[in-house]
Design a protein around this ligand. Sequence first.
Ligand code: NAD
Length: 354
Amino acid sequence: MEAFVYNSNPARVMFGSGSSKQLPDELKRINKSKPLLLSTPQQISQAEDVGKILNGQFAGLFSDATMHTPTDVTERACAYANSTGADSVVSIGGGSTIGLGKAISTRTGLYHITLPTTYAGSEVTPILGETAEGRKETRSDTSILPGTVIYDVDLTLTLPVSLTATSGVNAIAHAVEALYAQNGNPIINLLAQEGVRALAASLAQLIKDPHSKEARTSAQYGAWLCGTCLGNVGMSLHHKLCHTLGGSFNLPHAETHTIVLPHALAYNAPKIPDALKKLADVLPDSNGDAVHGLNVLLGKLNVKRGLKELGMKEEDIDKAADIAVSKPYWNPRKVERDAVRELIRRAWAGEDAK
Ligand code: NAD
């Protein structure tokens, strides 16, 4: 075994069906009594259900959480938190709502409890991407990490099937890049492999039976492990590309990750034999070939395979390639403009990953 450095973020995680009912006790434990609830407009009723668990004992509900965490929304939310005398924040939702919770918490110091409802993994990372004047900037700081995560599978039962599939693959992408991270280590590899194993099996099941609590539980467990990988080791080409595509062309987060992942993996394949083997070992029907295994999984999930299906224009391929190589970062294989352009073109057209 090679020498390594292991760094890990603190995490307080409450996991299991019905665990959101422990929210009042958790607030008592941290000596707080007036949380501000956060949601998107689409998840107001779920946030109201959480309000009922609190017997109405909360400062208010701010339901304008928005994709990419625009700073003007955060400023409005902070002002509302201040006007209501909130002493903590409780985010109920996916990466967008959790992003708002992080943005408020890091500005105000309010304790952040989060109840995730997708598989994006933001709840266990110290990372925050915020948008101001059309530009998304990402930073990482321990003050951003939520204090408590309550994984109540019951809150995921309403996640639409298509988002279940793509959000799950978004989680798998964290584990894939963790397996070849520059600062990777054997502990994170274990989490990555177990996360992919749990998600690959449960997502295939959820496509057929979206209400299976057992499969939802396993998917949420996998998402937690994969999110932990994202929070603890560096990501490379795949995440940088998705960040560029999402931010510059306003493409949906989870769907973009789903389309790009096999292409990014195939690009890096010549340089990452160990990671490919570890991945192939946990992907069903891979026959020892991780890219093939990923394609088999995506085939089962009936997901979109071309960025053009998400509305990206062909003339944007060159622009995306330019942006993707404009800021240098570590990647197992050198990031070369022509090869990256070809990767993006294949992903745009929905061709096989090579
Ligand atoms: P999202 O939070 O934007 O949710 C997508 C839609 O699904 C929203 O309308 C939401 O209300 C709805 N939804 C979510 N859960 C639901 C449920 N259980 N039932 C019904 N509807 C539900 O999607 P996401 O993919 O979770 O998050 C994407 C955002 O999170 C992006 O901005 C991305 O950059 C960010 N993100 C950040 C990190 C990080 O570590 N900082 C990690 C992953 C994602």
